[in-house]
Design a protein around this ligand. Structure first.
Ligand code: AMP
Length: 476
């Protein structure tokens, strides 16, 4: 099958050739002919499968006839995040080089004025996030009654983000007779209900099992502690791997993104942050610097990073094991794209047992534990990728704080001797603990939020630091 067999216009085929694509991906081959026949399509596909082009290319072909009217867009694409919306806009620029179509982007974090102006001139394609779209409708500046084609992209992510009521409202604002293209990576019951309600006799196109992970990705687990500062130390050691070119590091919470970003900066890593509370220009700056390679690491939250198309990411780190197992598949899917090799490393603390089990169940395979010992902390202080500045940062805090955070070994006269000695015992010990908790016969310990854990701990708490487990050296 080639792009010539799909019914696309000459102008679109020319752009595809220019983009360097020779063969349609499975989702493109299956969906494009149906879309051109004006059928509703339910596409079950993850990002990375070429799904953006699967709806963009036929839309461009169909938009070649007809004209946009003021404040009444002809087509509407709803995306869960600003980055995804911006990415779709880029796809229209790339595939629409031979067209003179007007594309408007309505996302939060940027002024209403420019967006108003674009809509008032008439948009062939409107790409929007739900909140900003409805804001424009409520201001009376936008009418959705002229929409001929509606695309709901990343529907399961919309569900995670609480956008389903907004999506239902939007679906009711567009004409009943419109064509609907609905994309989702998974089909939870709520999404199933939505497709039953808003799609008319859809063609279902499924390109890969929702939970499959690309075979080009090497997945590994690394045991670590529940304490954030120890996790950060484990991470820093892993970030020094010689084969690592760049990496996205995922955290479960925005606050953790901020903390980890700050910590890595202090340790002189080339790093940017991406989370939902950042304003749009900062988000775009962070993404661009990572895409262009001027920043080596990107610390990100799930929401901000979902579906981002960044080719050639060599490593993914899960600083936190995701609570939703589908997020694991999405996170690691940022690497190993377009047939490239990728590595996904997940830091696993004892309290992560339940989440890890759910992930392994979802992907249908156990994830192997790393056999590489993680070097002790002091080795990094002596010769790691960076030496932290002793400002108000975490190191100085740890030394002047309660004492519980400090590693006496790091400042002891014996530190140099210890520096080259790996601690291979440490990993299996934690690993066993994780597995024990995961056993169906034992109740897993409830996961604690790190700040709660820190506040509640007295002395060393239930944690035995690795330096206490080492044989004592007498120096004789
Ligand atoms: P998506 O799933 O839409 O995020 O697309 C993933 C990546 O695949 C993007 O970088 C596209 O440029 C690329 N892509 C889309 N269609 C094709 C194709 N037919 N051949 C090669 N690459 C493609």
């Amino acid at each position: 099958m080639t792009f010539d067999d799909l019914g696309l216009s000459d102008a679109v085929r020319g752009a595809v050739k220019q983009a360097g694509y020779s063969t349609p991906t499975p989702i493109q081959a299956q969906a494009i002919p149906h879309i051109l026949e004006r059928r509703d399509v339910l596409g079950i596909a993850q990002t990375g499968t070429g799904k953006t082009a699967a709806f963009t290319l036929p839309m461009l072909t169909m938009l070649e006839t007809g004209r946009a009217r003021a404040r009444m867009p002809r087509t509407l694409i709803v995306e869960p995040t600003r980055e995804l919306a911006a990415q779709v806009q880029e796809a229209f620029e790339k595939y629409g080089v031979n067209h003179k179509l007007s594309v408007a982007l309505l996302i939060g974090g940027v002024s209403f004025g420019d967006q108003d102006l674009k809509i008032s001139r008439g948009a062939d394609v409107l790409i929007a996030t739900p909140g900003r779209l409805l804001d424009h409708v409520e201001r009376g500046k936008l009418l959705l009654s002229g929409v001929e084609l509606l695309v709901i992209d990343e529907a399961d992510r919309m569900l995670d983000m609480g956008f389903i009521p907004d999506i239902e409202r939007i679906c009711k604002l567009v004409p009943f007779t419109r064509q609907t293209l609905f994309f989702t990576a998974t089909m939870p019951p709520e999404i199933q209900r939505l497709t039953g309600q808003f799609l008319h006799n859809p063609v279902q196109v499924e390109v890969a099992r929702p939970a499959t992970t690309a075979s080009t990705i090497t997945q590994t687990l690394v045991a670590t502690s529940d304490r954030d500062y120890e996790k950060r130390e484990t991470l820093r050691q892993l970030l020094g791997a010689p084969e690592l070119k760049n990496a996205i590091i995922f955290c479960n919470r925005k606050r953790s993104v901020v903390e980890l970003h700050r910590s890595l900066m202090r340790h002189n890593f080339s790093v940017a942050a991406l989370h939902g509370d950042m304003d749009q220009p900062s988000r775009m700056r962070a993404l661009d610097s990572f895409r262009q390679g001027s920043t080596k690491f990107l610390v990100a939250s799930d929401v901000a990073a979902r579906g981002l198309d960044i080719p050639a990411v060599s490593h993914i780190f899960n600083f936190d094991v995701p609570h939703h197992s589908e997020d694991y598949v999405h996170r690691i899917g940022r690497t190993g794209r377009a047939g490239l090799e990728g590595t996904a490393i997940t830091l696993v603390a004892p309290s992560d047992a339940k989440s890890l089990d759910a992930i392994e169940k979802l992907i249908g395979q156990p994830i192997p534990w790393s056999t590489q010992p993680v070097k002790p902390a002091e080795a990094m202080a002596e010769g790691g990728p960076s030496t932290p500045r002793k400002t108000n940062g975490e190191r100085s805090r740890s030394r002047t704080g309660s004492g519980r955070r400090a590693s006496p070994a790091a400042s002891s006269p014996n530190a140099k001797k210890h520096a080259v000695r790996p601690v291979p015992e440490r990993e299996p010990a934690v690993r066993q603990e994780v597995r024990r908790e995961a056993s169906p016969h034992t109740k897993p310990a409830p996961a604690r939020r790190s700040h709660e854990a820190e506040a509640a701990v007295v002395g060393l708490g239930d944690h035995v630091p690795s330096f206490l487990l080492r044989p004592v050296r007498t120096g004789a």
